[in-house]
Design a protein around this ligand. Structure first.
Ligand SMILES: N[C@@H](CCC(=O)N[C@@H](CS)C(=O)NCC(=O)O)C(=O)O
Length: 314
C-alpha cells in the first residue's frame, strides 16, 4: 500500500461508464486505490472544492494534484505505474489518436442512443442534467429525435462493433494480442454502457461472439483493490500536501502561454459547464495544469488534457 503522498484517490460513482474505463486500468495495473463515492447529479460541493468547478466523473486525486478527465488520469497512471504497461505494442501514438474517437464520437453516439431509448422513462432531473450536458441547449428536441431514430442509431453502433469482433476473431484475448491495453479499456467502457443501460443491449451484442468473449476476458482482469474513503478525508489529504506537478511551458505553445498567467479551462463543448479558474502552472501538447488556492483545500494543481479542452486568458 502506498503512503498518503502517492495514494490514488478516485472520485466516482459505480454506474459511471467513464469511471469503469479507469477501473479496468486499475485492474490491469493491479493497483490498490481509494474510492470516494460522489453524487450522480450536481451539486457536488466536495468534488468541486477540489477541482475548482469541474463536475464530470471521474476525477483522480494524488495528494494535492487533481486529475480531471479519464484521458489525463490514464496517462498519469501509466507514468506513475509503468509496469505492467497499458501500451504493450509500438503503436502508442495511433492508440492515443484512436482513443480520442472512442471517447468523442463513439461515446457521444452511445449517450444519444441510451438516453434516446430510455425516452420518457428517464428520471426528470437526470434527463435535464445529462440532456443539457451532452445534447446542448435544444436537448429536448435532440432527445425526441434520438428516440424516433433508434434503428438508425443501432446501425451506427453495429458497424464499429462488427469491426471489433473481426479484430478479435483470430481468438486473441485482447484487441492488440495477448496483453490487455489502454485501448481495450477505452472500447470496453462503451460496450459496458450499452450492455448495462440499453434494454436491448444484451440481445444486440449477442451477435458478436468474439466481442462477448473479450468482454469476459476484461471482466476477469477485475478492478484492482478498492478501499473506501470519506470525501472529507480526501479534502484533508489535499490540504496537508503540496502539489507535486512540475512548472513550465513547453516550446512552440500555440497560445503562447506562460507560467503564472490567469486562465480558465473548460471542456471544449457546449455543455453549460463551469470553467475552472487559476494560474497557469504547466502546459505542453498533452496537458495543462492550473494552480489554485481555496481555504478548504489549500493550494492544489488541477490537471486537464489539452485535447478537447479550451484555455482562455482572464
Ligand atoms: N471526457 C471525460 C468525460 C467524462 C464524462 O462525461 N463522464 C460522465 C459520467 S460517465 C459525466 O461526467 N456525467 C455527468 C456527471 O457525472 O456529473 C472523461 O473522459 O473523463
Amino acid at each position: 500500500m502506498s503512503d498518503s503522498t502517492s495514494e490514488v484517490i478516485f472520485h466516482a460513482y459505480p454506474q459511471s461508464p467513464v469511471s469503469e474505463k479507469v477501473r479496468v486500468v486499475f485492474g490491469i495495473k493491479g493497483l490498490t486505490w481509494r474510492n470516494v463515492d460522489i453524487p450522480r447529479l450536481p451539486p457536488k460541493p466536495l468534488l468541486t472544492a477540489l477541482t475548482g468547478g469541474y463536475r464530470r466523473t471521474p476525477v483522480m486525486q494524488i495528494g494535492a494534484d487533481i486529475f480531471c478527465d479519464s484521458q489525463c488520469i490514464i496517462r498519469e497512471l501509466e507514468r506513475r505505474f509503468p509496469s505492467p504497461t497499458i501500451m504493450p505494442t509500438s503503436e502508442q501514438g495511433l492508440m492515443w489518436c484512436l482513443s480520442r474517437w472512442t471517447d468523442g464520437a463513439l461515446f457521444d453516439q452511445t449517450v444519444r442512443h441510451i438516453l434516446g431509448s430510455a425516452g420518457d422513462q428517464l428520471d426528470k432531473d437526470f434527463a435535464e442534467d445529462r440532456g443539457r450536458l451532452y445534447l446542448g441547449e435544444d436537448w429536448t428536441v435532440k432527445l425526441k429525435q434520438a428516440n424516433a431514430t433508434l434503428p438508425h442509431l443501432a446501425s451506427q453502433m453495429r458497424a464499429p462493433l462488427s469491426w471489433l469482433n473481426a479484430q478479435l476473431s483470430d481468438g486473441r484475448r485482447f484487441l492488440l494480442g495477448s496483453q490487455p491495453a489502454a485501448i481495450d479499456a477505452q472500447f470496453y467502457y462503451v460496450v459496458w454502457f450499452l450492455r448495462g443501460r440499453w434494454a436491448d443491449g444484451p440481445s444486440f451484442l449477442a451477435e458478436f461472439k468474439d466481442l462477448v468473449r473479450w468482454e469476459g476476458n476484461i471482466q476477469d482482469i477485475g478492478h484492482g483493490t478498492a478501499i473506501d474513503m470519506e470525501p472529507l478525508d480526501a479534502i484533508s489529504r489535499a490540504r496537508v500536501h503540496e502539489p507535486a506537478a512540475a512548472a513550465g511551458v513547453a516550446a512552440h505553445d500555440p497560445q503562447d502561454l506562460s507560467v503564472g498567467q490567469s486562465i480558465t479551462v473548460q471542456p471544449d463543448v457546449n455543455g453549460g459547464e463551469q470553467p475552472v479558474a487559476g494560474k497557469l502552472h504547466y502546459a505542453d501538447a498533452e496537458t495543462v495544469v492550473i494552480e489554485r488556492f481555496a481555504e478548504d483545500v489549500g493550494t492544489v494543481c488541477v490537471h486537464f488534457p489539452r485535447f478537447g479542452y479550451r484555455i482562455e486568458l482572464m
